[in-house]
Ligand binder design. Structure first.
Ligand code: NDP
Ligand code: OXD
Length: 315
């Protein structure tokens, strides 16, 4: 991928955080010309675009782009753009400080169910002082969908804490202490063992709506869901039905189909659903800017960047 980037032109569009990103990139690439949407620039001169929730239509004017960097682990906001040319490399962030945060989020959420904090919250609402047996952590099986940069870290941390952990991905993985499953054919068997199901898949045409009435019915009765990936992976009406009929115990959700979650959405005051506002893992500007600057340098040397998205599979 040879590029002529002696002084690359870089555009940042980072959903209100342009100034922080610009400062971090200027420090790492002092020779580059770095602009944001507020600056006057000629779109045809931009070599690299750094995007988080970029305005619609922005891509189509960038006629000489060499690559787009997502300012997140997910790239759905970039690859879903109808004006994205097929041959433009899209590069995602790989961990960049997010795995630790994802681990913290999922330890809390998994223990919420494993230690019955959902039950005790409900009891507190009606002033009930009633003790339940404390389950053995090894008897609680957690299934992690997605064993990438974030899912593998979460699976390993839960296993280290004592949970019995299995994981599911597209291609087979070997992770110490984790029972792994791969591909569609193994999905039902994987689901059938998960007392707590964690979703850390990327949003792609294959994963959208993957958790629905049919697939949720394969979970054991009383299973719980944790989703900090993308809201589109779960059919929300089906999830509500599965909880309200008693098949599922509850859900811990960091993401929703519509964000911010509308005030009238039934998730807000559902007693068995916990909501957080897409905070499971924040993008760390410093670590991410390091990764992006190193990849721009790699491309300038004619090397392949890391974190390159496979446009066919969409992640
Ligand atoms: P990766 O690309 O590193 O990993 C994705 C994993 O999902 C891989 O194991 C991959 O399988 C698996 N996968 C993809 N498609 C399928 C499929 N059809 N069937 C089975 N497995 C599949 O992603 P990350 O771990 O970096 O991030 C995961 C997601 O987390 C992001 O895409 C983003 O949406 C979300 N996220 C949410 C945040 C938040 O704050 N809520 C913050 C950061 C990320 P294989 O290994 O075989 O390729
Ligand atoms: C991401 C996110 O994809 O924050 O990085 O959701």
């Amino acid at each position: 991928m040879p590029t002529n980037t002696a002084a690359p032109n870089i555009l940042i569009s980072a959903a209100g955080e342009d100034a922080d990103w610009k400062k971090a990139l200027v420090e790492r690439l002092p020779d580059a010309n770095i602009v944001t949407g507020d600056d006057n620039y000629d779109p045809a001169t931009i070599d690299f675009a750094l995007f988080w929730k970029q305005p619609q239509g922005l891509i189509k004017n960038l006629t000489n782009l060499k690559a787009i960097f997502s300012l997140g682990a997910g790239v759905d906001h970039v690859v879903s753009s109808p004006s994205l040319p097929e041959n433009i490399p899209v590069i995602r962030l790989e961990d960049a400080g997010m795995a630790d945060q994802m681990v913290q989020y999922h330890l809390y959420a998994a223990l919420h169910f494993m230690r019955d904090f959902d039950v005790y919250s409900a009891q507190q609402a009606t002033a009930i002082w009633k003790q339940h047996d404390v389950a053995r952590i090894s008897k609680c099986q957690v299934g992690v969908m997605g064993l990438g940069a974030l899912g593998a870290a979460v699976a390993t941390a839960l296993s280290n804490l004592g949970f019995t952990v299995s994981g599911w991905s597209r291609s087979m993985k070997a992770i110490e202490g984790i029972t792994t499953f791969a591909g569609e054919d193994a999905f039902d068997e994987f689901l059938g063992e998960a007392d707590i199901l964690i979703c850390l898949l990327p949003r792609t045409p294959e994963t959208e709506g993957l958790l629905n009435s049919e697939t949720l019915s394969h979970l054991p009765k009383g299973a719980a869901i944790i989703n900090a990936a993308r809201g589109a992976m779960i059919n929300e009406a089906d999830l509500l039905r599965a909880i309200d009929t008693g098949h599922l115990r509850g859900a811990f959700l960091d993401v929703a189909v519509t964000e911010p979650l509308p005030e009238s959405h039934p998730f807000w005051d559902h007693p068995k659903i916990r909501i957080t506002p897409h905070i499971a893992a924040a993008t760390r500007v410093e670590e991410s800017a390091d990764q992006i600057a190193q990849n721009i340098d790699r491309m300038a040397r004619g090397e392949t960047p890391t974190g390159l998205v496979d446009r066919q599979s969409g992640y």
